[in-house]
Every structure is written in structure tokens, then in C-alpha cells.
Design a binder for this molecule. Sequence first.
Ligand code: GLN
Length: 496
Amino acid sequence: MELYEYTASALSDLLQTGECSSVEVLESVWDRITRTEGKIKAYLTLTKKEAFHQAEEIDRRRAYGESLPPLAGIPIAVKDNICTKGVKTTCASRMLQDFVSPYDAAVIERCKESGMVLLGKTNLDEFGMGSSCEHSHFQITSNPWDTGRVPGGSSGGSAAALAAGEAVLALGSDTGGSVRLPASYCGLVGLKPTYGTVSRYGLVAFASSLEQIGPMGRSVEDVRLLYSLLCGKDPKDATTLEHPSFDGKQRLFPSVKGKRIGIPKEYYSSQIAKPVKENLRAALTLLEREGAVLQEISLPGTQGALAAYYLISSAEASSNLARYDGVKYGYRAKSFASLEELYQNSRSEGFGKEVKRRILLGGFVLSAGYQEKYYKRAKELQRQIIGEYQRAFETCDLLITPTAPDTAFPIGEKQSAAQMYLSDICTVPANIAGLPALSLPCGYDKNGLPVGMQLIGPKFSEERLFEAALYYEQAAGGFPMPDRMRPFERKGGEKL
Ligand code: GLN
């Protein structure tokens, strides 16, 4: 086994006992990047020089006997909508193609303080708007399980980098599922934390009331380790608070015995593909055998969640993206005859099609005359959904649902916006209700593509989700990387 294949927690042990150095880990990951990145295209920017510099520094400090945090020396990939000082942050948009942030996002500061090694910035759907990574201005990222398929979005670059062994940990952002969907499509673990537990300072805003930065990894423990570093109050983001019940240092006792697991029937509708349902059923049977108590519940508001999500998120996006006017920063059109035309041309040329669609939709639902009919109704539905989840958690400890209605689809398959939006039906409710939700692999379809299972809990129940996920992971014998799977036919793509 090569170093790039190890999980972060395994590497952390090896680093602490001196069995390998940070530079050796980085060399292994870099070698992998060199071999596979041409096919995967996960990164928009690679920061090789800085990465080796950071790794050497960590090795030096360790050699001096300094006691370092557990993730010191572990390489991490960062979604390109999270600001990194001195390194481009493009949001995969022409609008920000040359933007170099003068400061680090709060999460980046935390990663750096704990000695993590930044590998580079990963591809995404422009400004996080999409579910496949196909809406990037720069490139289309491939799924390492089958390079003819999408890795999911919008944090597809981070997911693909992890699944291909081009990173050990990664950061994504999740406004409506962008951490969980790619985790599901790429056979990974991804967490959308409770709203307010991770600082959004330095995350380029899409829909501020819904989004959180989330950790992604190849094991439950890795995601937990990274989350323990990210969560907590940040004076620079007034929406953050101290997590009242998370202590990443405590040992976890994986178990589901006696846990009351709610199965919301609306999440198992005819829109969910058969292999997804079958794998979920098998996973639930396994948990039941271990002593979990399953109960079917109903969350009727879920059916309107997708519509509410697209209205609320687009409304917020239209306001958040108003700052890109070609004057202050970002892309500026070459030709214009007036100030009005400068705005118009810069925004028309700088934004891609999907982003424009959201801005138009958002402007429309907020406009006088239509606000009551659309935006206000969406906010009412949001209140209803929040109430339904609160009631569900009076009788359930957690809920289990599919993460996505299907497995990774072929590049170019979903042509209409409506088709693409349907990929998010299982993930958006947790954003609307501000709840923590974790996706983990729970099997494969007949093409050998990973299926994702989603655990949703009440606010601040991250530890409970990790406990259950860890139990499942151990029962499943861990989550393999694509090229360690037994060989199988891949239609449309090729094996790495
Ligand atoms: N796919 C959803 C959208 O396009 C979610 C995106 C996200 O979570 N950033 O809005």
C-alpha cells in the first residue's frame, strides 16, 4: 500500500511515531497527482512549492520534539470558493479568474495553524451552482470510479481528488448538498454541519442562510477529525456559535443499539433509482440486526423542499452576486460606452449560463408583486419543514435516507436545468432546516458505482451521526478506493 492510499488518521499515527515524514506523504500524493490528474482534472490550481515548504517545516518542528496537532503534515485539497491568501480563488468563474485573495478564510487559518499542507484549489460548478461540476468555466472533472461520469457537484473537484488519491482530506461547501452529493457519487464520507458551527468567513457567498463549509474524507474518523478542527465560534462570522456538545477528542463508541432510526417515506419515492433503494434496504437491515429500531415516518413538507430551496437560494444569490459589477474587482468588459454598459457587459461576459439563470430567477422572486407569491411562500414552507423535522426528532434519534436519487451519471447526460435540480431532492431539506447531515457509502450499483446513504440528525447531533456512521463503516469493512475494487466493466469511461 502506498502512502497516498492511507486515511488521514492512519497517516497521523505514522507521522507521530516517526514511521514516515510529512514530505514522504506529500511526495506520494504528488506522484499520484502527476499520474492521474490528466484524466481526472480535479484541481484548478496546484500549490506544489508552498506545499513542500509547509511539509518540510512540519518535519523540522517534529524533529525538534514539538508536540503537533493530529492533522499536522496531512495534505488537504480546498474547494476554489474558499479564500486562500496569495493563491487564486476563482469560484470556477470567468468573473474571478484572476482573483487572488488578500486573506485566508477562517477555516484555512485553522488548517494552517494545525500544520495541514495545502495541495491546491479544486474545481466546482461556478459559484457552487450545480450538481455535477459540469458548470465550471474552466474544465469538467471526471469521476475516478468511471472517468466518463460526473463526480457530482458542486464540490466535485474535492471529491474526485480524494477518490483518486490526489488528496488525503478535502474541504467542500454545502448550500443544498454540494458536499454530500459528490461524496455519494465518489464513494466518500462528507458532512454538512449544523448551520452556524463552522465559520463562513472567507467562503465566497452563494446563499448565506443555507450554506456551511464541510469536511470530506475517505473514512468517518477522518471527517470527524477535520470537523473538530473546523467547528467553533468565530468572531468574524456573527452567525457562528460554540458547538455545545462536540468534543472530537473523546473516543467514539460505534454503535446503533437501541437507536431509533426514522425512515421518512417521502425520501423513498419513485424518483429514487432501484439500486439506490436496494442498497439502502440492505444497510438498514444490517443496522436493525445490530439493535437499531426502525420506524417509518412522514415528512410531507419534504416534497416542496426542492422548490423552496431553489427560490430561497436564488434570491440570496441574486443579492450576493450583485457585488460583481466590473468596477470594484473581478472581470471587467473590454468595451463599454457608459457606466450602465460597463455593468451590463462585465456581468454578461463574466458569468456563465447557470449563474445568470439563478440571478434572473432570484431577482424575479424578490421583485415587488411576486415576492408574496414566491419568496414569502418558500419561507413559509421552510418554517413548515423545520417544524416537521423537530417533531420527527421527538421520536427518532436520527433519520436515514438516500443521499442522491441515483449513482454518478454520464458526463453530458442531464441537459436541462430541471433534470439537474432533481439530483438535490434528498439533500436540500437539511440545508433548509439547518440540520447536520452526513453521507457515507452503502454499496454499489451493477456498474460498480458507489451508492450513498444519508444520516440526518437534530441540530448539534454530529457525534451521534459519527457514531452510527462509524458502526456501519466497521460492519462494511471500510470504504475502498476505486482502483482497489475488483475489476469491472466501465461503460463510457476507462479504468485508472
Ligand atoms: N446543487 C445545488 C445547487 O445547484 C446545491 C449546490 C451547493 O450545495 N452549493 O444549488
